[in-house]
Design a protein around this ligand. Structure first.
Ligand code: RTP
Ligand code: MG
Length: 141
């Protein structure tokens, strides 16, 4: 077990549904600490850069349009096995396949509007945290 940090985004659908607090409670109840946070309206270039790994996928254009359709809440979560723990809290990418009690099952409507993003590995977590947060803005105490 190691203490890790992971990048989490509450996507525009969940911000519009007014469930940021309910999602934060899931993180807190699982022992994940919010050590940095910012609410932002992403620009198209920022969203494209963030999801660059998917740029050749058929859903890329719709994904970017969705991510800039309204404000997002971006946070760094810290805790034991934070990357995997957050992915477990999120549930499957498609909310219809997500287990009951997961964030996507409980708050999301579709694979396009699926409430949350979470880094999927230590390398992507490091890249994604650096993408949105200058290192010194993180508070871990
Ligand atoms: P995320 O990156 O947002 O945390 O989601 P994920 O790891 O569960 O899924 P990923 O494969 O990384 O895909 C990123 C986002 O693209 C949308 N997507 N649409 N229509 C489709 O087949 C499809 N596949 C993926 C989803 O909104 C997904 O969260
Ligand atoms: Mg992903």
């Amino acid at each position: 077990m190691t203490v890790q940090r992971t990048l989490s985004i509450v996507k525009p659908d969940a911000v519009a549904k007014n469930v940021i607090g309910k999602i934060y409670t899931r993180f807190e109840d699982a022992g994940l600490k919010i050590v940095a946070a910012q609410m932002r309206q992403l620009s198209q270039a920022e969203a494209e850069g963030f999801y660059e790994v998917h740029k050749d996928r058929p859903f890329f254009k719709d994904l970017v349009s969705f991510m800039i359709s309204g404000p997002v809440m971006i946070q760094v979560l810290e805790g034991e096995d934070a990357i995997l723990k957050n992915r477990e809290l999120m549930g499957a990418t498609d909310p219809k396949k997500a287990a009951p009690g997961t964030i996507r099952h409980d708050f999301a409507e579709s694979i396009d509007a699926n409430a949350v993003h979470g880094s999927d590995a230590p390398e992507t977590a490091a890249r994604e945290i650096a993408y949105f947060f200058p290192a010194l803005a993180i508070h871990s105490r």
